[in-house]
Write a protein that binds this ligand. Structure first.
Ligand SMILES: [Zn+2]
Length: 157
């Protein structure tokens, strides 16, 4: 019975639960010094593994994670600022350009728009134009905000 030692898996099975082992394997291990030594080694190994403490975090996980979540929230709100600054710059540039080129703008509107709305007074025309400009600006801001939100959704940090 010295030859054809059972496989290591069979010896491990014998150590863990010899009632499910095949009879000839049990008989072999019981009679074979080599396999018995192997079985003893496995028994020792398994008992040592069992003695090992269960892996647990020895630090407070939530205490570490929660501040980072708040930082993410802060970064999120901070991210909206460029959009607002951009909108304000856009508005400012239009305002300044309109102020410096008011004569050209006046001529431009006279040439291309006034003949269509000749029945309207200049004041009404300017009011309509500023209303249109305001709507355009608000729509641009809304668009930038929507874009920013989508970018934020993509960013998980
Ligand atoms: Zn053996």
């Amino acid at each position: 019975m010295i030859h054809n030692h059972p496989a290591d898996a069979d010896i491990q099975q014998f150590v863990l639960d010899n009632t499910v082992c095949e009879k000839h394997i049990t008989a072999h291990i019981d009679s074979c010094e080599q396999c018995m030594a192997k079985a003893e080694n496995y028994k020792l190994l398994f008992s040592e593994i069992e003695k090992q403490p269960k892996p647990v975090f020895d630090f407070d996980v939530s205490a570490l994670v929660l501040p980072q979540l708040t930082v993410t929230e802060q970064a999120r709100t901070r991210n909206y600022f460029p959009a607002y600054i951009l909108s304000c710059c856009f508005l400012g540039v239009i305002g300044i350009a309109g102020y410096f080129y008011k004569v050209e703008l006046n001529n431009f509107f006279k040439k291309y728009f006034l003949h269509i709305s000749s029945g309207l007074s200049k004041t009404v025309l300017y009011m309509l134009l500023s209303a249109a400009l305001l709507i355009l600006i608000f729509q641009s801001i809304e668009m930038i905000k929507k874009y920013q939100r989508k970018i934020d959704d993509l960013n998980f940090y």
